[in-house]
Design a protein around this ligand. Sequence first.
Ligand code: KIV
Length: 277
Amino acid sequence: MAAEKFTVQSFRAAKAAQRPISMLTAYDYTTACLLDEAGVDSVLIGDSLGMVMLGYENTLRVTMDEMIHHTRAVARGSRNALLIGDMPFLSYHISVEEAVRNAGRFIQEGGAEAVKLEGGAAVVDKVRAIVKAQIPVLGHLGLTPQSLNVFGGFKVQGKDVEAARRLLDDALLLQDAGAFGIVLECVPDALAGLLRRRLEIPTIGIGAGADCDGQVLVVQDMLGLFRRMRPKFVKAYAELGDAAVSAVQEYIREMAEGRFPAEEHTFHMDPKLLEQL
Ligand code: KIV
């Protein structure tokens, strides 16, 4: 648990000490405060916010301005966790210059301490340039949601030898380019374990089994708040969605029955003053 500031150096130290790294997403100030209080090691302002906060069908419509807006809110509520901004679709695909500029916006405008981007060989020049600009980069391989249209859906990746070998090569390229860790999304557990052992940098799994150096979940999923879908790899540690619906129903009922607001929620004034009105 991060009782003190967790940094990119803490990532490496955690792997060396075989101490699992906890990561959750957050998109707003209130959640960031709660995660900080709970002691999570790192907070990802994921582009999953497009789905769970903005109601888009997938992450492809998320813009840099939306990411910066939410990153700022999280940064205001976070003290100890390492803050990682997720580079949205097209923010790092067009040129190395744009990639560095957009990564820099996360740090300068958003208050993040690192960025994450999806892909292997195709983005390695961007990773190298961002790292050279003194911005730590977290890689992301496997089911990378920004490639949804290429994958043809949310499917487990790296299941045959060729795909698994490509994933391993991509991971080594990212490490060589200076990435401080790699998120592995929806890959078979044995492949994730192999990657963990071959890499010097930590692997953070989501749908990649237990043999990773850390785990990440979307906070709305693990709190049971996002009810549109629940992938197999999600464990809901609470059902706050159910609790929220019940609370709102009770509020509506109590209000209709005249039981809310009660005496303890009510302000009074001197009746003599009322007479003067
Ligand atoms: O956008 C996101 O939340 C992510 C995590 C699921 C890794 O990329």
